[in-house]
Design a protein around this ligand. Structure first.
Ligand code: SAM
Length: 282
């Protein structure tokens, strides 16, 4: 590996199947001066398996700020560092972004070593034709925040990916069913890349039954992707778009309001722009 001294490597590790480890993952972890791991005890078996003896330090959500400052010092002194999380890609619903952000601010080179990621793995087997999708990760635990987010997402024209813990999966499917509707298509990915992997595409209503039909389905790791709404412009609920645009135009310039409305609704820019002009015309 030839790289600039003092490079920060963001290294993906397997999400359950050691065979998904890449040759670059192994060589990078062997060659850096230090590995910052989310949980050093959790990562030790992986490192042992590949004969990696590089020193470890911890970088988790509770020490990310202070530890990142110290790691930046080392990087500035020319030591290369790799950051890894318990599984998958660091910084994706995992620690790492605070350190990466600081590194960019200090002009430190940052290099991704790509690999496993639960969201992309499931999206790749969803079969949904949406060419773009939104990654939400874990839903907020505070009810008010969760409701506000789901209200925004339920009419989106793009597929939406969620992570969920096994003890909340049943309740979450029920909630998603309430917001997105019983007939909306969902793909559930359980224990991806592991021995008991399941990929199941169905409706949100049937997903509840699928999970309840087998006690094992209340265990294991889950990722979900919900299909985006097919927008038929002839039957669009104009009141909803007009209400949103009116509120945004009150606070922003016309073009910023339209840009934000495009992001929120997934509608075409020209269509919303025309609508905004109509709303603002005397
Ligand atoms: N950084 C990781 C990634 O790249 O996917 C995600 C870390 S996040 C803390 C952990 C969540 O990812 C789990 O609760 C689950 O929702 C999802 N996940 C991780 N591994 C998975 C797997 N093998 N099968 C299904 N979902 C998984």
């Amino acid at each position: 590996m030839s790289h600039t001294p003092g490079t920060l490597f963001v290294v993906a590790t397997p999400i359950g199947n050691l065979s998904d480890a890449s040759a670059r993952m192994v060589s990078t972890l062997k060659e850096v001066a230090l590995i910052a791991a989310e949980d050093t005890r959790h990562s030790q078996p992986l490192l042992n398996y590949f004969g990696i003896t590089t020193p470890l330090c911890s970088l988790h959500e509770h020490n990310e700020q202070s530890q990142s400052v110290q790691l930046i010092e080392k990087l500035l002194n020319g030591e290369s560092i790799a950051v890894i999380s318990d599984a998958g890609t660091p910084g994706i619903s995992d620690p790492g972004q605070v350190l990466v952000n600081l590194a960019h601010q200090k002009g430190i080179p940052v290099c991704p070593i790509p690999g496993a990621n639960a969201a992309i793995s499931l999206m790749s087997v969803s079969g949904f034709k949406d060419s773009y999708f939104l990654f939400v990760g874990f839903l907020p635990t505070k009810n008010q925040e969760k409701v506000a987010l789901l209200e925004k997402l339920k009419h989106a024209a793009y597929a939406t990916v969620f992570y969920e813990a096994p003890h909340r999966i049943k309740a979450t499917i029920k909630t998603l069913c309430e917001y997105f509707g019983e007939t909306r298509q969902v793909v559930l990915g359980r224990e991806l890349t592991k021995l008991f992997e399941e990929v199941h595409r169905t409706t949100l209503k049937e997903a509840e039954e699928w999970i309840s039909s087998n006690a094992n389905r209340l265990k294991g790791e889950y990722v979900l992707v919900i299909e985006g709404l097919e927008i038929d412009t002839d039957t669009l609920d104009m009141t909803r778009h007009d209400k949103l645009l009116t509120e945004l135009i009150e606070k922003l310039s016309l073009s910023d309001a339209v840009k934000l409305a495009v992001t929120i609704t997934g509608e075409k820019k020209n269509f919303l722009y025309e609508r905004a002009l109509l709303l603002t015309s005397p």
